[in-house]
Ligand binder design. Structure first.
Ligand code: NDP
Length: 308
C-alpha cells in the first residue's frame, strides 16, 4: 500500500506517525514537484496545494488531518468522485468542551468584570447569577458540538442546540431551520459557534442575527472565523449590546497586528488552539477507516456539496 502525507508545517510529525501506524506501507511526504511517477493509494493531508490532486490521480481516498475541510473542498483540482474523510472527534471534542467551559464560566462568574476591577484597584463583589438565567446556544451539533452541548448541560446551564438536520440530544433543546435559529438567538445569553465554514454558514453571525441576542450577550467562537462578521461584532461590543467575546478562529489567520480586537478588553483571543488534532488518536481512526475500505466498506465521508 502506498500512502502520501502532506502537512506543510508539521511534515516530520505526520510522516513518522503514518509510518508507525502503517509499518508495511510505503509512506512518503509530498513535496511539490516530486513523486511524479509515484502514485499513492491513500493521502493523509492538511491543506495541500491544488497541484497535489493534479499529480495524484490514483487515490482511493483522502484523509484530512483535522475536522475542517473548507480549504480542501474549495480546491478545483479535488476530483468530485474521490471520497474525503475528516476526523470524527478523536479527543478534540473533549478539548473543545474544556475551551468552551472556560469561556462560559469566565463570563458567567464575572471574571471579565473582576479583571477590569483589578486594573482599577476596585474591590467590588458581584452577586452570582442563576444558571437558569444563562441559556447557552450552541450552533452546530456535530461530533464536537454535541459533546460541548452535553458538557455545558452537565454543568447545569439550559442548552439550545442548532443543526441543519433535526437531532435529539439528552438535556439539550435541539432546534433546526431559520425559526430554530431565531429562537436560539433570542434566548441565548451565551452563543457558541461550532459550525464549519461553508457557503451556507459564511457570515451567518452578522449585525442582524447578533442583534437578536439578549442585551449583554456573549459570543464564543471555536468553529470557523468566517462564520462571523467581525465588523458587526465590533460594533455590537462597542454599543454595549454584546458584553464580550472569546475567539479562537478568524477568517484570516493570524489575526493582523493592526486589528482593534488585540487591544479590546472585552475580547479574548486565542491562536486557533481550542482543539488541536491528537495525532496518535487520529491515526487510530485512519487505520480503522482504511481497513474498512480495503474490505469494501465505506466509513462516513464528507458531503462535498454541503462543504463539510
Ligand atoms: P461536524 O461536521 O461533525 O458537525 C458540524 C455541525 O454543523 C453539524 O451539526 C451540522 O448539522 C451543523 N451545520 C453545518 N452546516 C449547517 C447549516 N448551514 N445550518 C445549521 N447547521 C449546520 O463537525 P464537528 O462538530 O466535529 O466540528 C465542528 C467545527 O469545529 C469544524 O467544522 C471545524 O471547523 C471546527 N473545529 C475547530 C477547531 C479549533 O481548534 N478551533 C478544532 C476542530 C474543529 P448536521 O448535524 O445536521 O449535519
Amino acid at each position: 500500500m502506498k500512502i502520501l502525507v502532506y502537512n506543510r508545517k508539521n511534515s516530520e510529525v505526520w510522516t513518522s506517525a503514518v509510518r508507525n501506524a502503517f509499518p508495511d506501507a510505503d509512506v512518503r511526504h509530498w513535496v511539490e514537484g516530486d513523486c511524479h511517477d509515484w502514485l499513492a493509494d491513500y493521502a493523509v493531508i492538511w491543506q495541500p496545494p491544488a497541484a497535489f490532486f493534479q499529480q495524484q490521480t490514483q487515490l482511493k481516498a483522502v484523509f484530512n488531518q483535522g475536522v475542517g475541510v473548507d480549504s480542501l473542498v474549495s480546491l478545483e483540482s479535488l476530483p468530485a468522485d474521490l471520497p474525503v474523510f475528516k476526523l470524527r472527534g478523536v479527543g478534540m471534542e473533549e478539548y473543545m468542551s474544556d475551551y468552551v467551559t472556560y469561556g462560559l464560566l469566565h463570563f458567567y462568574r464575572d471574571f471579565d468584570l473582576y479583571r477590569q476591577h483589578q486594573s482599577d484597584k476596585q474591590w467590588q463583589p458581584h452577586r452570582i447569577a442563576q444558571k437558569s438565567d444563562w441559556t447557552v446556544g450552541i450552533l452546530g451539533l456535530g461530533v464536537i458540538g454535541k459533546a460541548v452541548a452535553e458538557a455545558v448541560s452537565h454543568l447545569g446551564f439550559p442548552v439550545i442546540g442548532w443543526s441543519r438536520s433535526e437531532k435529539t440530544v439528552q438535556g439539550v433543546n435541539c432546534v433546526s431551520g431559520k425559526e430554530g435559529l431565531d429562537h436560539l438567538l433570542r434566548e441565548s445569553r451565551v452563543l457558541v459557534s461550532l459550525l464549519p465554514s461553508t457557503p451556507s454558514t459564511h457570515k451567518l453571525l452578522n449585525q442582524e442575527t447578533l442583534t437578536k441576542l439578549p442585551e449583554g450577550g456573549v459570543l464564543i467562537n471555536g468553529g470557523r472565523g468566517d462564520v462571523i462578521d467581525i465588523e458587526a461584532l465590533q460594533v455590537l461590543l462597542k454599543s454595549g449590546h454584546m458584553r464580550g467575546a472569546m475567539l479562537d478562529v478568524f477568517e484570516k489567520e493570524p489575526l493582523e497586528d493592526s486589528h482593534p480586537f488585540w487591544n479590546n478588553s472585552k475580547v479574548m483571543i486565542t491562536p486557533h488552539i481550542a482543539a488541536p488534532t491528537p495525532v496518535a488518536q487520529a491515526l487510530e481512526q485512519i487505520v480503522a477507516d482504511i481497513a474498512l475500505i480495503e474490505q469494501g466498506e465505506m466509513p462516513p465521508a464528507i458531503d462535498k456539496s454541503l462543504g463539510y
